[in-house]
Write a protein that binds this ligand. Structure first.
Ligand code: NAD
Length: 252
């Protein structure tokens, strides 16, 4: 099947690497017109050149920049069909380890950005008759760890924020669907570097793998295919839902 998102204009945050880059690649392969954004300008431009898509430099925590980015997409493409809020950071630590500043920083990047992205994008998407918003939550938003106080709760907030915005869009009948994705541990360069930074990387890799009943970490395509489905009209009856793709992590 090709062309599943043919002609759709997609804005995807944090597209320089990892799941964002893989999702952008999959959307392009299915015919979308993709603009990625990232706070890392060098990596973002390199990825955009490699994939053959647009790039805008953006810090997703900056409300003024969100408004500019949406205006730039409208000027360049005249419409916006899909917003993928992928950019995020992982802040490790228990309630006693994390400073109030680091806790706040996790929420600003992981939650506030999604509120701002939806708020900025919805008017343009509605003007074009609707579309799909895909917000990156995490299996960590379902399954708590004593050492992920900020990230667990931020990703749970993303799933609930998604539901609230989905209901608002439904009430407005603006044609916009809003869903979240909840990946398990996916072997991205970010996760590779976390593993490499632990005292015993082999043991950490094994622990990450067996934590998921399926017995391995996910691959980026496991999530990229889900993003294509949610971006496409195939998912036209789905809204407000958390899409769990985690090798069984959340039910173990
Ligand atoms: N990799 C996993 O195992 C996993 C599991 C569950 C959920 N997730 C979620 O999936 C998404 C992508 O994860 P990943 O592993 O590919 O992450 P990553 O760290 O590899 O990529 C995140 C991208 O976001 C960008 N970014 C960070 N802060 C930004 C900001 N303020 N403004 C704009 N861009 C910013 C980074 O530069 C980077 O390119 C995240 O939302 C993450 O929480 C990942």
């Amino acid at each position: 099947m090709a062309g599943r998102v043919s002609g759709k204009v997609v804005l995807l945050t944090g597209g320089a690497m990892g799941l964002g880059k893989a999702s952008a690649r999959a959307l392009l392969a299915e015919g979308a017109n993709v603009v990625i954004t990232d706070i890392d300008e060098t990596a973002g431009r390199t990825t955009a050149t490699e994939l053959g898509c647009g790039f805008l430099h953006q810090d997703v925590t900056d409300w003024a920049r969100w408004q500019e980015v949406i205006a730039e997409v409208e000027t360049a493409h005249g419409r916006l069909d899909v917003l993928v809020n992928n950019a995020a950071i992982t802040v490790f630590g228990s309630v006693m380890d994390i400073s109030p500043e680091d806790f706040r920083r996790c929420y600003t990047v992981d939650v506030d950005s999604i509120f701002m992205g939806c708020k900025a994008a919805i008017p343009l998407m509605a003007k074009g008759g609707g579309g799909s918003i895909v917000n990156f939550s995490s299996a960590a938003g379902n399954k708590p760890s004593p050492d992920l106080a900020a990230y667990n709760s931020a990703k749970a907030a993303v799933a609930m924020l998604t539901k609230s915005i989905a209901l608002w869009c439904a009430r407005e009948q603006n044609g916009i669907r809003v869903n979240s994705v909840q990946p398990g541990t996916i072997l991205t360069p970010n996760v590779e570097s976390v593993i490499a930074g632990t005292p015993d990387p082999d043991a950490t890799r094994a622990a990450f793998s067996v934590a998921q009943p399926i017995g391995r970490m996910g691959e980026v395509d496991d999530i990229a295919h889900l993003v294509v489905y949610l971006a496409s009209d195939e998912s036209k009856f789905a809204t407000g839902a958390p899409f769990i793709v985690d090798g069984g992590l959340s039910i173990a």
